[in-house]
Design a protein around this ligand. Structure first.
Ligand code: UD1
Ligand code: UDP
Length: 363
């Protein structure tokens, strides 16, 4: 089959790294990078480190309002689809790049395969919730990471073409955390210790990432998060997402945060190392909630709700309001049920299951 895949944002590069490796054994894949993320530490680093095939096109869309960004992507994707006439289009997750691919393809009757279908936060104010619902409703093959996702789709009347395959991010965590431990990758450890000379031993830091619109668009909310991190009993390493950078810099000018190690976004292997060896992770990232679960690091998610509800069951992941006191309270909570940790996200072979379904697909 000839498959056109659309990626554009950091987590999609990581998902594509897991799937493309398997997909290309049997099928011809062409890769469109929309250019939604473009800084080298938000894009190039993943292609290089994870050996993701070089994109066949980079639309160079960059940042912008939702409408402008999505519309520019749609025009670029449609042009390529009309030229290449692929058998189907593959999209990941819930970003504007996902939505642009879904709409551009479905309008010209190119079947859409949605990897990470069926997730819901039930918060329609989130752009991601709108993107994922719209994408699911025009997809022909809906590849769900969890049983919850299958059930969410059923409730919306979508049952045809729905399969639970496990989570491709689980594939990535298991594959790359193994690779990270091998001797050849000592390079990354060197890089890490260069970056964090002030962090002496494993299990002596907290790990933080924050980038959700609901947390970053309000200075008071970012302040609450920084104040919480500042009051913890160990340093918090904080690779700052470019969306969050301006706000953090403004607040830092008002008050020096001594317990927070602010760094640029890091590569995936470095991230896995930092998360695996952290005391806890404090985040609003979707991907990190699962990575922490799989790697066995407790997580506090600074959000009102999560799509990854399974992680909440044994307190492996705890939701916190964007308020200093609530974040600190949740971070010091210790009743976590590690005895009971089902493999909600699969066995690391979701990509193989996706490819097997593609082998049988008849559009
Ligand atoms: C996007 C996704 C979000 C996902 C996140 C992963 C949407 C609506 N949101 O959010 O679901 O969780 O990616 O990280 O698609 N910027 C740079 N350099 C870059 C990229 C972004 O400076 O390489 C800055 C720009 O100021 C930009 C802002 O970050 O306006 C936000 O970028 P954008 O891609 O619009 O959304 P994210 O917050 O990254
Ligand atoms: N990540 C990374 N470097 C960083 C921050 C995050 O490699 O500095 C990885 C993280 O481990 C996860 C993915 O990026 O695999 C999550 O991306 P992000 O939080 O930007 O998006 P989300 O998952 O919330 O959509």
């Amino acid at each position: 089959m000839k498959i056109v895949t659309v990626v554009g944002a950091r987590p999609q590069f990581i998902k594509a790294a897991a799937v493309s490796r398997v997909l290309r054994e049997k099928h011809k894949e062409l890769l469109i990078h929309t250019g939604q993320h473009y800084d080298s530490n938000m894009s190039d680093v993943f292609f290089e480190e994870l050996h993701i095939p070089k994109p066949d096109w980079n639309l160079g869309v960059g940042s912008g309002s939702h409408a402008r960004q999505t519309a520019e992507m749609m025009v670029g994707i449609e042009t390529i689809l009309l030229e290449e006439k692929p058998d189907c289009l593959l999209i990941y997750g819930d970003t504007n790049s996902t939505l642009a691919g879904a709409i551009a393809a479905s309008k010209i009757h190119v079947p859409v395969i949605h990897v990470e279908a069926g997730l819901r936060s039930f918060n329609m104010k989130m752009p991601e919730e709108q993107n994922r619902i719209l994408a699911d409703h025009v997809s022909s093959l809906l590849l769900c990471p969890t049983d919850t996702a299958v059930e969410n789709l059923r409730k919306e009347g979508i049952q045809a073409g729905v399969y639970q395959v496990g989570d491709v991010m689980c594939d990535a965590v298991l594959y790359y955390s193994h690779m990270m431990e091998t001797r050849e990758n000592a390079y990354y450890f060197g890089q890490l210790h260069g970056l964090f000379a002030s962090v002496p031993r494993v299990n002596t830091w907290y790990m933080t990432t924050i980038h959700r619109a609901e947390n970053t668009d309000d200075e008071n909310k970012i302040r609450e998060i920084l104040e919480a991190l500042e009051s913890l009993d160990a340093p918090a390493i904080f690779p700052v997402h470019p969306r969050t950078r301006g706000m953090v810099e403004r607040l830092y000018r008002q008050r020096e945060y001594k317990n927070i190690v602010f760094v640029e976004p890091v590569g995936y292997l470095t991230m896995l190392y930092l998360v695996r060896h952290a005391v806890k992770t404090i985040t609003d990232s979707g991907g990190l909630q699962k990575e922490t679960y799989i790697l066995g690091t407790p997580c506090v998610t600074v959000r009102e709700q999560t799509e990854w509800v399974e992680t909440l069951k044994g307190n492996h992941n705890i939701l916190a309001k964007t308020e200093k006191e609530d974040i600190v309270k949740k971070v010091i909570k210790t009743e976590i049920d590690w005895e009971n940790k089902p493999a909600y996200y699969g066995d690391g072979h979701a990509s193989e299951k996706i490819c097997a379904l593609l082998d049988q697909a008849e559009w």
